[in-house]
Design a protein around this ligand. Structure first.
Ligand SMILES: Cc1cc2nc3c(=O)[nH]c(=O)nc-3n(C[C@H](O)[C@H](O)[C@H](O)COP(=O)(O)OP(=O)(O)OC[C@H]3O[C@@H](n4cnc5c(N)ncnc54)[C@H](O)[C@@H]3O)c2cc1C
Length: 487
């Protein structure tokens, strides 16, 4: 017997946002999560008085028109979290100079113009194009979730959809060093400028300028936790420690899921917020190998992963002048950072997140909570367990050069490898952003009806805000199918 209108498999941000919107629209929803907490990559954990954000540095979507905020408002829980807007968004350190990525785009352009006076007109032209692309991305995203009537693929997405970020840079900027500086967020996606899509990079960079880069006071995981509370308070369910092992289909229609051989739950609609390959293999199994899209849609490679070193302790961070998100680039050659030989080398870039710069509640008094992100492919090690202790030492040595005294001041140190990320979230090879963010990324489809996708594998893009958009999109599609909407 059907107990729920919709079932959501996985409680990553995409799944929670989909569930939240459906609950707000009056649907009874069941969210099933294999872990003991919600959030997937968007979680935090505590050790010896320190709170560490497991993965996410900062994200957009929390401003008053933001996609996550709309769900919080609907659930009546916006006041339950305190958000912190980052300004500067980031500090990028190069061998001979530093660049502050101000929250205000004009200030950032001014800073770049003073560092690269010969490139002032190129910078203006570059950001004028990037602004235009982002405006179209925003229109298109709003169309996907039903808050805009733009129903044709906007011009700039068509125009730049097949273009790499390097090509976009080359059209306006001559100085190779400035090109590197403008590519400082490429390590987020784990792709060099020559491979990453211009539209994906624009979305990543511009969403922070346009809607703000935020963290949540007390740790980003608070957002997932309060979304769970909001969903439950409205009479829907979130169950933890409950892994979905099968999607049941009847006549090409998703009708139920199984959590063990004896227990299934039925619903009108199923949303998958989990790794696409897992969903596809479930569909292939239930359809007896007939699900055409599930076979066809595994078109892209997974994005790359991260090795993360978490350090809690007493350190002197005065040289960072208040910045809480820092990119360190020992080499000016951006492409080098993405070569296999650069992994864990002293010359490769590293990202450092220090939420306690802005939120002292995340560490004991006078101490800091720090996460250092080394971009790396899962295939780098055949046994992550074996190499982990050595990689922790190497990363710490590298950090010691950037933050002298960090080793002796540390009270707590631990690390997560791509294997940890894979095990924790089920994402193939610990992929940080779903599919690799190459040009021509497309949304996945399925020939199974009543099945929807939410999360960073859906094709809307990688990262928290893109996953949130895909969740709203899935909910919108369900609303339109059950209530005769015009989607
Ligand atoms: C190190 C790192 C740093 C990052 N930094 C940023 C950043 O600064 N800003 C940003 O915007 N993005 C960042 N990202 C990317 C961002 O975290 C992700 O793109 C986004 O959070 C993915 O959300 P999702 O909804 O796809 O779900 P996921 O986070 O992938 O969660 C999926 C959930 O499904 C559950 N699940 C899996 N299988 C099952 C099953 N069979 N049954 C039940 N439950 C299941 C998992 O346990 C998990 O909770 C980062 C990622 C990483 C790894």
């Amino acid at each position: 017997m059907k107990e729920y209108d919709s079932i959501v498999i996985g409680s990553g941000i995409g799944g929670l946002v989909a569930a939240g919107r459906l609950v707000n629209a009056g649907y009874k929803v069941l969210v099933l999560e294999k872990n003991h907490v919600a959030g997937g990559y968007l979680q935090s954990f505590k050790r010896r008085g320190f709170t560490f954000d497991s993965c996410v540095d900062c994200f957009s979507g929390l401003d008053k028109d933001g996609p996550i905020r709309s769900v919080l408002d609907g659930l009546g829980i916006t006041e339950e979290i305190e958000t912190i807007r980052l300004d500067p968004i980031r500090l990028s350190l190069y061998p001979d100079f530093r660049v502050t990525v101000h929250a205000d785009l004009d200030n950032y352009i001014e800073e770049l113009s003073s560092l690269f006076p010969g490139e002032v007109s190129g910078l203006r032209a570059f950001f004028s194009v990037v602004r235009a692309i982002y405006s179209d991305i925003k229109d298109w995203s709003d169309n996907l979730i039903g808050t805009s009537t733009q129903n044709k693929m906007p011009l700039n997405i068509v125009k730049y959809g097949k273009t790499t970020y390097a090509t976009l840079l080359d059209s306006h900027i001559s100085d190779p060093l400035l090109k590197s500086v403008l590519s400082d967020r490429c390590p987020f996606y784990g792709l060099p400028p020559s491979k990453v899509g211009a539209v994906s990079m624009t979305a990543l960079i511009m969403s922070y300028f346009s809607s703000g880069a935020y963290r949540v006071k007390g740790g980003n995981g608070r957002l997932a936790d309060i979304l769970v509370d909001g969903i439950r308070n409205k009479g829907s369910e979130v169950r933890f420690n409950t892994e979905v092992i099968e999607i049941i289909t009847e006549k090409n229609r998703a009708v139920a899921i199984k959590i063990d051989e004896a227990t299934e739950f039925r619903a009108d609609h199923i949303i998958s917020n989990i790794d696409y390959r897992t969903t596809a293999s479930m569909l292939l199994k239930s359809s007896g190998g007939k699900e055409r899209s599930a076979k066809r849609e595994v078109l892209f490679e997974p994005s790359s992963s991260f090795f993360i070193l978490y350090i809690g302790g007493k350190v002197d961070l005065s040289s960072f002048t208040g910045a809480s998100s820092i990119g360190v680039f020992p080499s000016n050659d951006m492409e080098y950072n993405f070569k296999r030989e650069s992994y864990f080398s002293p010359d490769a870039s590293i990202g450092i997140t220090i939420p306690t710069m802005l939120d002292s509640s995340m560490a004991p008094t006078g101490m800091h909570s720090i996460a250092a992100h080394e971009m790396v492919d899962y295939s780098f090690a055949s046994s992550w367990k074996e190499v982990k202790p050595e990689l922790m030492k190497r990363t710490l040595r590298k950090l010691e050069k950037i933050i002298p005294g960090i080793s002796s001041g540390a009270v707590h140190i631990e690390a997560a490898t791509p294997e940890t990320l894979k095990r924790y979230t089920g994402n193939t090879n610990g992929a940080a952003y779903g599919w690799t963010q190459v040009p021509e990324l497309r949304q996945v489809t399925t020939s199974t009806t009543n099945l929807y996708f939410a999360g960073h594998w859906e094709g809307t893009g990688g990262g928290v805000v893109a996953a949130a958009y895909s969740g709203l999109k899935a909910a919108k599609e369900i609303e339109a199918s059950t209530r005769g909407g015009t989607y």
